[in-house]
Design a protein around this ligand. Sequence first.
Ligand SMILES: NC(=O)c1ccc[n+]([C@@H]2O[C@H](COP(=O)([O-])OP(=O)(O)OC[C@H]3O[C@@H](n4cnc5c(N)ncnc54)[C@H](O)[C@@H]3O)[C@@H](O)[C@H]2O)c1
Length: 260
Amino acid sequence: MKLDNTVSAVITGGASGLGEATARALAAKGVKVALFDLNETKGETVAHELGGVFCKVNVTDEASVDAGFERARAAIGQERILVNCAGTGNAIKTASRSKEDGSIKHFPLDAFNAIIQINLVGTFRCIAKSAAGMLSLDPTADGDRGVIINTASVAAEDGQIGQAAYSASKGGVVGMTLPIARDLMGEAIRVNTILPGIFNTPLLAAAPQNVKEALSASVPFPKRLGNPPEYASLALTMIENGYFNGEDVRLDGGIRMAPR
Ligand SMILES: NC(=O)c1ccc[n+]([C@@H]2O[C@H](COP(=O)([O-])OP(=O)(O)OC[C@H]3O[C@@H](n4cnc5c(N)ncnc54)[C@H](O)[C@@H]3O)[C@@H](O)[C@H]2O)c1
């Protein structure tokens, strides 16, 4: 798909990190952007800078997502591109014994479900509603009606201690990529997923310097964290290269995560 000012895009999680970098890269090509995020302050600032629109959206909330698409489409037109970056994680062991008093507890199911709702169901909700909207468009001259990019994680394949919920949610995103691409193949909508390794985003900015250095050293090559524009660059390749479809691609400097 050729990227220019005739194309509109919705980026979930677009106020920060990987989503923000992708919104910036798309806007730099002239694409009109709508940012869906919970973070109103940051979202408004970034959207204003990019000449786009911010929509306060919670991807776990059906009415909120519907209202977001309605607002975005009224402002910038029906999107041809959806990039799903909204997401978060937690770190809780499946079952564990307290070192202090020997008491036993397990992963609370509401905490497990919360991550599935945001990362997996929230991603699917936005895909389904965006794809339905894209069906109202005619394909472009290069034959694409729309492109959808999702964000999983290397934790989909090598999740660490405490990542049962996060890995399950991201594994779900990887698992649904091909069937969704197949569902939409007759409508000229392509679907791909990126599995980032460890990226230098606000999610990680709060970590102490020694933790960041240890994480950087664990990457085979290059020995550093990924930069958000490197994620954006792959997202744009997946959008622009018309033969990219149904793929789950790691972007991780060759890292394979250890148990902890
Ligand atoms: N940074 C990394 O190393 C890394 C690695 C692998 C995967 N990822 C994934 O990449 C995606 C983006 O992460 P990031 O590092 O840019 O994090 P980030 O925290 O900088 O950005 C995520 C954004 O998603 C938004 N968000 C969270 N829950 C939401 C909800 N329910 N509705 C709408 N918006 C919501 C947040 O407000 C935030 O602005 C996430 O799905 C994350 O799991 C990140």
